[in-house]
Design a protein around this ligand. Structure first.
Ligand code: GLU
Length: 483
């Protein structure tokens, strides 16, 4: 069997969004799970909107996500160039062939003429399409139009009364009647090919065996099938993956929150969590477990388990997946990943003062609270900011015997700042005052943090050290005089 080859073919008209990233990932997963290859092609024929910065950002996003390719714009290969604007000579060659065979023709219709036609179709209640008027121009008429300086577009002659069937690997058989499709433009008047034309030439010449892309391109596929036929190219397999809807069931857009991959990276979503989340936007694993590492997804992926129904983008789910992947990180990696967020924060100087051991304790104390890496800053405020008392905490501080616990805590404070010793000290207070552990921990937690819940207290105490702990207790004692 021929080696499987897929491609991701973004238009560099903006950053890589969730939808594009999902298409890229499904192609990649199909390739790796079948020992195949992947091409990265840049479809930059929209000269006005395409930008090199976007191309670079897309590549950076894909690499961050963990997707790689064997051929493409940045790595080269035998079937290049991989940027469509650098392939214009190639397209021209095939346009000539179609013109020679009479399968395409020059069209000189102006915008006004086309608009008039459009209105006529609408008035008759028919599908708006090009009437095919310029098909029948004589060579003399064509020459005359050119003499007048009109620059033609080139249209493909859509075969009449035919049905094209797409055997879609996700959607099954989908049939399209050609009579609803007008002769479409394959080359614009500035000589630049249209998407439908360039994509066919490129997929064919690059040896693409499977075209996996967003559902919105399904309606383009019959046009592409006609071109494959006209140019005598082997037709690849197609798989159109469903739309991604926002949680309000509307098409995913900026309204649904940060959508470019770079924005997610900046917020502190892990690439492996994003990989996991994107894979589940349409694909489902066989078992119940949804938290999966990339290697497991690579092994388990198959197009058979890709759903026809729209996928729903659920930010809560992404957050849950990210939190789980953060929990799975080894401590050293997590420490390294969190550092830049703290360095950029208002706490950078305070963090810099921490010993490596204390920095580790900070990470240990806060890791389970992190949905995103950037959350570290908000949670670190508990350690570095002055105490802000919650109502519940004040209530506990008003209780009986609180002062005694606080005094006892400071009086017998151990010489070291070791977590084990601090735990020991807390235990001895419960014994000495004959209190339940809760009645020691709770007043202390409230006195030190102003909150009734939070990270492991001995860790916090150890990070602060004796002076800061004493300062906090004194602040609370002053406060208690007034409550
Ligand atoms: N450049 C097209 C897009 O970004 C690619 C479509 C396709 O995969 O054929 O939508």
């Amino acid at each position: 069997m021929k080696k499987i080859k897929v491609r991701f073919a973004p238009s560099p008209t903006g950053p890589l969004h969730i939808g594009g990233a999902r298409s890229a990932l499904f192609n990649y997963l199909f390739a790796v799970s079948n020992n195949g290859e992947m091409v990265l092609r840049i479809e930059d024929t929209d000269l006005e909107r395409s930008k090199r910065e976007y191309e670079e950002e897309i590549i950076e996003s894909l690499r961050w996500l963990g997707i790689s390719w064997t051929e493409g714009v940045d790595v080269g290969g035998d079937n290049g160039p991989y940027r469509q604007t650098e392939r214009l000579d190639i397209y021209r060659e095939y346009v000539e062939k179609l013109l020679e065979k009479g399968l395409a023709y020059e069209c000189f219709c102006s915008e006004e003429e086309l608009e008039k036609e459009r209105q006529e179709f609408l008035a008759k209640g028919e599908m708006v399409r090009y009437s095919g008027k310029c098909r029948y121009l004589t060579p003399e008429e064509r020459e005359e139009k050119k003499r007048q300086g009109i620059k033609p577009v080139i249209r493909f002659k859509v075969p009449e009364n035919k049905v094209y069937v797409v055997n879609d690997l996700v959607r099954g058989k989908v049939a399209f009647e050609t009579n609803n499709i007008g002769d479409f433009i394959i080359v614009k008047s500035d000589g630049i090919p249209t998407y439908n034309f360039a994509v066919v030439i490129d997929d064919a010449l690059m040896g693409i065996t499977h075209v996996i892309r967003a559902e919105e391109h399904l309606s383009n596929t019959p046009r592409q099938l006609m071109l494959y036929e006209a140019l005598n190219f082997k037709v690849p397999e197609f798989a159109h993956i469903s739309l991604i809807l926002g949680s309000d069931r509307q098409k995913m857009s900026k309204r649904h929150g940060a959508t470019s991959l770079i924005q997610y990276r900046e917020k502190g979503y892990l690439p492996q969590a994003m990989y996991n989340f994107l894979a589940l936007l349409g694909w489902s694993p066989e078992g119940e477990e949804e938290i999966l590492i990339p290697e497991a997804i690579n092994k388990a992926f198959s197009l058979e388990r890709v759903s026809k129904s729209p996928a729903v983008f659920d930010l809560d789910k992404l957050n849950h997946i990210n939190q789980q992947h953060i929990k799975m990180l080894d401590l050293d990696s997590l420490k390294d990943l969190l550092k830049p967020y703290l360095d950029k924060s208002a706490y950078s100087a305070k963090v810099a003062e921490l010993s490596p051991e204390k920095y580790e304790l900070l990470v240990l104390a806060l890791r389970d609270y992190l949905v995103c890496l950037s959350d570290i800053v908000e949670h670190a405020s508990l350690v570095f900011e002055d105490i802000e008392y919650e109502e519940g905490a004040l209530e506990i501080l008003r209780g009986e015997g609180v002062r005694e616990v606080l005094d006892e805590f400071i009086n017998g404070y151990p010489e070291t700042e070791e977590v084990g010793e601090i735990k020991q000290h807390l235990k001895s207070i419960t014994k000495k005052l004959k209190l339940k552990p809760k009645n020691v921990f709770m007043p202390l937690r409230c006195a030190l943090t102003g909150k009734t819940h939070g990270p492991d207290l001995p860790y916090l105490i150890s990070i602060w050290g004796k002076d800061e702990v004493e300062r906090r207790i004194n602040v609370t004692k002053d406060k208690m005089l007034g409550i």
